[in-house]
Ligand binder design. Structure first.
Ligand SMILES: NC(=O)c1ccc[n+]([C@@H]2O[C@H](COP(=O)([O-])OP(=O)(O)OC[C@H]3O[C@@H](n4cnc5c(N)ncnc54)[C@H](OP(=O)(O)O)[C@@H]3O)[C@@H](O)[C@H]2O)c1
Length: 303
């Protein structure tokens, strides 16, 4: 065990990995806004000795791991780049979690909620969501199974917080990672209710959990579910009245994708027991579009 001389009296100091990424970048903005001390690591997750040196130097109260391969343009990339995905998302991430444990530092790791799919015990539109401790039942993509491998093993590290995000939504239609931007640009889109993470609501919670050194696994989505069509109808209403979209079935979608995509409802009672004010997705999405409208000077053209 390396003595990092951390104690809970120290004011929060976050060592961030993945600062050049979509979510990592937003966390930097948030930490600036909230005047939280932070350092952005330039180390690769796999580089053990450099990371240990960095922790000794920075003496963080929490490590926030927003680094990982997500694939470009999407997770289909991971199907053809399994070795690279293993190196970053399994070996690299476990390396970081192990170092954090060895150095006795809290670590928050971004995981995915795309590890379940609706089944007989959790039927679509039943209101029954998957709880954190339930066994995974979705194995349709290499990206998801790699994330499951890490999550399963990370439960052995008592200093780890695992946040399962899904279909993250931001306030800017200019951001290609925003779930709204993704689906509005698809030629055809499925229509299934899903749990989703509104970043405006959840990133401050992520930061608070790091500052409080919360541990455990959390479904990190807004309460409730929303469908693709509900989102696109709101996009049309608030942002671009000329927008049109076309649906297709999940089976038709599967035929054009390399990797599968999960559809599920995650139970949020554990998260809500700590943060009861996270808005329901149906309320939150209305506010997303109001902010998006304020941020959008000219309507976006449709495909
Ligand atoms: N966006 C989503 O839809 C979504 C959904 C659920 C969960 N998540 C998870 O949330 C995390 C952040 O996602 P994001 O959308 O912000 O991803 P992103 O925009 O693709 O950014 C990924 C970041 O990770 C860095 N990175 C990748 N491999 C690395 C390695 N081996 N060592 C150090 N840095 C590495 C990248 O830097 P380089 O470019 O220098 O490699 C980049 O800064 C990921 O773990 C992702 O799986 C994302």
């Amino acid at each position: 065990m390396i003595d990092n001389s951390n104690d809970n009296q120290q004011s929060p100091c976050v060592l961030l990995f993945g600062g050049t990424g979509w979510i990592g970048n937003k966390m930097i903005d948030l930490m600036k806004e909230k005047s939280i001390k932070y350092y952005v690591s330039t180390n690769r997750l796999e580089n053990r000795s450099e990371i240990i040196e960095e922790i000794k130097r920075v003496n963080p109260t929490s490590i926030l791991n927003c680094a990982g391969i997500t694939g470009r343009p999407n997770i289909d990339w991971c199907e053809d780049h399994k070795v690279e995905t293993i190196r970053s998302n399994i070996i690299g991430t476990l390396n970081l979690l192990d170092i954090a444990n060895q150095c006795n530092v809290h670590v928050c790791n971004l995981a995915t909620g795309c590890i379940y799919q609706y089944d007989d015990k959790h039927p679509i539109n039943s209101g029954i969501g998957f709880k954190e401790e339930e066994a995974y039942n979705y194995f349709g993509s290499f990206y998801s199974t790699a994330k499951q491998t890490v999550e399963q093993l990370s439960k052995n590290y008592p200093n780890t917080l695992t946040l399962r995000l899904r279909m993250p939504i931001s306030d800017s239609v200019q951001e290609p990672r925003n779930f709204i931007t993704k689906i509005k640009n698809y030629e055809r889109v499925v229509n299934v209710p899903n749990s989703m993470s509104v970043l405006y609501d959840l990133l401050p919670v992520m930061l608070d959990m790091c500052c409080k050194q919360t541990v455990g696994v959390f479904n990190f989505v807004n309460p409730g579910v929303i469908s693709h069509n509900e989102i696109l109808d709101l996009y049309k209403l608030h942002i671009d009245p000329s927008f049109q979209y076309q649906n297709f079935s999940v089976e038709e979608q599967d035929r054009i994708l390399k990797a599968g995509r999960s559809n599920n409802h995650l139970d949020t009672s554990k998260l809500e027991s700590l943060y009861p004010n996270i808005p329901h997705i149906q309320t939150s999405i209305q506010d997303v579009f109001k902010r998006m409208k304020r941020n959008t000077s000219t309507p976006t053209t449709t495909n």
